[in-house]
Each structure stands twice: as structure tokens, then as C-alpha cells.
Design a binder for this molecule. Structure first.
Ligand SMILES: [Zn+2]
Length: 79
């Protein structure tokens, strides 16, 4: 005898006001890179999930100042 599944799955709606945009770290900047790694851990489900921290990190990445200098090859490198 087969069981009939009559349950309906409710659509998952994300209406979290804390929802955050993925930050865009500057390539070549170690500070941005490490903040980005922490952001990924904090923004994804898991033990390190912490949305408040993720928001802080996203802001940190967005506001991180960059004083680029040119190396001898004319490439932009972070100071
Ligand atoms: Zn940076």
C-alpha cells in the first residue's frame, strides 16, 4: 500500500530585512580578501552563521580605503 503525500510544501520566502548584498572585495587586497572569507562564513548557514557580523564585514569591505601604487611594471598593487 502506497502512502499518499498530501502535504504541500510552502514556498520559502526570504523577507529578512538584514538580507545583505554580496560585497565586492578589491582584487589583490589581502584585507578585503580575508574579510570576504569571514563574510562568506558568517552569511552562510553553519556554525559561524552571524548576520550581524556579515553586515559589518560587508560594510568594512565596501569602505575599505585603497591607496594603490604602481609597481615597476606599472601594475596596480595595494600599499
Ligand atoms: Zn581592501
Amino acid at each position: 500500500m502506497a502512502l499518499r503525500m498530501t502535504y504541500q510544501r510552502e514556498p520559502i520566502t526570504l523577507s529578512d530585512p538584514m538580507e545583505i548584498e554580496e560585497p565586492k572585495p578589491v582584487r589583490g587586497c589581502e584585507t578585503c580578501q580575508s574579510a570576504m572569507e569571514q563574510w562568506q562564513r558568517a552569511s552562510q548557514p553553519g556554525l559561524a552563521h552571524d548576520l550581524t557580523r556579515a553586515v559589518d564585514l560587508a560594510i568594512e569591505i565596501r569602505r575599505h580605503p585603497h591607496n594603490w601604487k604602481l609597481d615597476h611594471m606599472g601594475q596596480r598593487v595595494p600599499r
